[in-house]
Design a protein around this ligand. Structure first.
Ligand code: NAD
Length: 499
């Protein structure tokens, strides 16, 4: 059985805690490797190495740091196929999806090549007689990130690339479900020229996370994962005096107006609802058609599209629409919620419960499900399902539809499909959700904008990537300096003042 490692001080090191987690092949259900779960001593050791490495790294000028990012982009492109294969093997997503995962991380690395420009401070000349005022952005020191299983390349790079470009050291605690790609990324960025110890990967579970939360040297924590853990990490991290940003769960609504192009809306819903088996924080999990006629037309268009979806292992080729979910527990949770939907009176118009893939009976595959006539009191509406299950809530009016999305506790993403500019504009202005699509089902902002939700989908002030990341990973210092010179106000030179 393959035993994975940590990546500490530029070396692959075996875990010393003798605690391990199983890594499954989600397509077959077999355990394919073991990952060590770090003890708090292993976290302390990584922090000690990071502290030393950071002192040397922060004085490397920003342009040289940017060159490491430049080279890292080349290496990510060189190894794209290898990374995607390793990612799919542990996560289960299709190869095109896995490449997308790497690509959307790579784009943030590209953005970080702009570090010399992004780190420039501000300057006020002659704020008073002989007085100049300027600000600088300085690295925080040792920073850390805790990441989820569903994007084991992208989200990691969203965190560590800006942190490192700003002159910090970074300790990454990736998901214990799919830790191979994080280890590969750490090796790759060192091949690009990053000094050893600036980026380290320490695998683990709650024990490692708690050690990160309690370590006084760690200055900031970035977290992406489920809302209960986000809330815990934000609370503990802040009370321990750290800078913390946590991104949590989601329940993304798509409103379909009566004037929408229904074919386009149905295609968009199938991609956004079932792609990556619904294991995306920006997946659409609730369709809200406005008016019964719109709802009937939408359901009629959706059913054949959903029934046609090809579910299978990533090895079956690029025409697979989605693969297995990540663990047996995730599968059970999804199917349990489907049963609750049926029991609570929702209409299951596409029933994937008996889905069975020949030759992969023990894999974690879940058939596609579509519910109609879901109501806000049902568990399938209130909870994040994180699986291939789309719920339809029929709204009588636009006001009722926008009200539903506004009243939901999550506020990550949302979309409206319409041909009406007024409705789209009103929706974009009023909605209390962080990322909004207008005829775009998954409105993930590009690297040079910022990513983040509202309400229970986020804890903290700044978003991920874009300019916010350069604020999160630096402290501003403002200097007021006085150099009395011989220049009198008015411009006449006063030689006496120079004596
Ligand atoms: P998770 O919360 O179970 O795990 C995330 C991380 O927290 C992992 O590294 C895990 O090891 C650690 N962790 C788990 N339990 C812990 C505990 N009790 N104490 C301390 N640390 C703990 O999330 P997941 O299942 O890996 O990922 C799916 C979730 O992430 C979904 O809710 C999804 O919506 C969310 N997500 C959000 C975003 C976003 O940007 N808002 C992006 C991707 C995923």
């Amino acid at each position: 059985m393959q035993e994975l490692t940590h990546y500490i001080g530029g070396e692959h090191v075996k875990g010393t805690s003798r605690r391990f987690a199983d890594i499954f092949n989600p397509a077959t259900g077999e355990v394919q490797a073991k990952v060590p779960l770090a003890s708090s001593d292993e976290i302390s050791q990584a922090v000690e190495i990071a502290s030393k490495a950071q002192l040397a790294w922060e004085v490397v000028n920003p342009q040289r740091r940017a060159r490491v990012m430049m080279k890292f982009v080349d290496l990510l492109n060189r190894d794209m196929d290898k990374l995607a294969e390793a990612l799919s093997r542990e996560h289960g997503k299709t190869i095109p999806d896995a490449k997308g995962d790497v690509q959307r991380g790579l784009e943030v690395v590209e953005y970080c090549i702009g570090a010399p420009q992004l780190l420039k401070g501000e300057y006020t000349d002659s704020a008073g007689p002989g007085i100049d005022m300027y600000s600088m952005r300085q690295a925080l020191g040792v920073t850390a990130g805790i990441t989820p299983f569903n994007f084991p390349a992208m989200i990691l790079m969203w965190m560590f690339a800006p942190a490192i470009a700003c002159g910090n050291a970074f300790i990454l605690k990736p998901s214990e479900r799919d830790p191979s790609v994080p280890l590969m990324l750490a090796e790759l960025i060192e091949e690009a020229g990053l000094p050893k110890g600036v980026l380290q990967v320490v695998n683990g579970d709650k024990e490692a996370v708690d050690a990160i939360l309690n370590n006084p040297v760690i200055q900031s924590i970035g977290f992406v994962g489920s809302t209960p853990i986000a809330e815990y990490i934000y609370g503990r991290g802040c009370s321990n005096g750290k800078r913390v940003q946590c991104f949590g769960g989601a329940k993304n609504h798509m409103i379909i107006m009566p004037d929408a192009d229904i074919d386009q809306a149905a295609d968009a819903l199938v991609g956004a609802g079932y792609g990556a088996a619904g294991e995306r924080c920006m997946a659409i999990s609730v369709a809200v058609p406005v008016g019964d006629e719109t709802a009937d037309r939408l359901i009629e268009k959706l059913i054949p599209r959903i029934e046609k979806l090809k579910v299978g292992p990533y090895t079956a080729g690029d025409d697979i629409d989605y693969g297995p979910v990540v663990t047996a527990a995730a599968k059970q949770n999804i199917l349990g919620l489907v049963e609750s939907g049926v029991a609570q009176g929702a209409e299951l118009v596409v029933d994937g419960r008996n889905f069975n893939l020949q030759g992969y009976e023990d894999g974690f595959f879940v058939g596609a499900h579509l519910f109609d006539r879901v109501t806000p009191n049902m568990d399938i509406y209130k909870k994040e399902i994180f699986g291939p299950v789309l719920s339809t809530v029929r709204a009588a009016s636009y006001e009722e539809a926008i009200g539903l999305a506004m009243d939901h506790e999550y506020g990550n993403g949302t979309a409206i499909f319409t041909r009406d500019g007024d409705a789209a504009r009103d929706f974009a202005n009023r909605i209390n959700i962080g990322m909004v699509g207008i005829n775009v089902p998954i409105p993930v902002p590009l690297a040079y904008h910022t990513f983040g939700g509202w309400k229970k989908s986020v804890f903290g002030d700044l978003n991920q990537h874009g300019p916010d990341a350069f604020k999160f990973y630096t402290r501003t210092k403002t200097i007021t300096s006085r150099w009395p010179s011989g220049i009198k106000e008015g411009g006449e030179f006063n030689f006496k003042a120079m004596d």
